[in-house]
Design a protein around this ligand. Sequence first.
Ligand SMILES: C[S@@+](CC[C@H](N)C(=O)[O-])C[C@H]1O[C@@H](n2cnc3c(N)ncnc32)[C@H](O)[C@@H]1O
Length: 291
Amino acid sequence: MSEFHDLAELALNREGQSWGNLGYWEASSDYSDACRALALKLGEQAGLDQQSNLFDAGFGCGDQLLLWFEHFRVVKLRGVNLSQSQTAYAKAKLAEAGFPEAAAGLVQADITETAAWQAALGGDSPSHVLALDCAYHFDSRVNFFNLAQHHLAPAGRLVLTDFMLADQHHRGSLAHWLLRWMLRSSHIAEANIVHRDGYEQQLEASGFSDIRIIDISDHVMPGLAGAIRAFRQAGTSAGSARKLGWSGLIKYRVTGRFLKWAYHRSILRYCLISATKPAGPLESIAPNPDY
Ligand SMILES: C[S@@+](CC[C@H](N)C(=O)[O-])C[C@H]1O[C@@H](n2cnc3c(N)ncnc32)[C@H](O)[C@@H]1O
């Protein structure tokens, strides 16, 4: 069965790398390096260290899992990914790199369902929940926030990168219709794309506090288009563009150009977000029996 999230991005990467995010292009012109740089930003914002007990939502083909282990030295790692092909790839990658136990803690499931968290965590409570460039794809990001809040240890942190509507952007405009079309073809629920104040309210309603939102659009959104152009020019002779196929190439060209347009027209912003679960019980928020 074909999947929306599959192994297609392998063709964009250098040999041995298998990233699949939008990249952080401040100091990189190579796709794999830019993707790693975005993951590093996330890990640094999360403050990962040797005490971190990490839960990774949407871990792609597993490169970021190796980064959490090898660069940040996290002590424990579990994760959930909707994609069967990517989960199998990530498990093999971790086992091959000498982390067979962590490979066993990776589960193929939908992160917005309670059973996915139980399957990966048992009764354990992670200190960090991370979502690198994927929460906008979840059917309901609000469900994800609720489940993260429920399963995190007290004082635990949720850290993610995500899209939100630019302050200047208005629903109902012509640009909004184009945005809606692009979201639909990219498997992104429209309800997930809200303005910054709406995003903060969603996190607060799920019980998070100490919310920080850092706009990193400048180094993310315009970068991919240039990289795809360079990739196409170099790749045709090198053979990697052929590996991606014409439909893959068109998909990434359209995505790159759309992001550049949405950035310059102030329609979307791309942000690094962190939020903390309070250390004590929250009296103002009624416990939700569904979680
Ligand atoms: C844009 S890719 C990012 C992959 C990876 N984080 C990276 O940076 O290379 C989005 C990821 O989210 C995963 N994903 C999408 N919807 C999901 C869901 N409902 N539950 C779990 N994972 C999901 C996809 O399978 C894919 O691995």
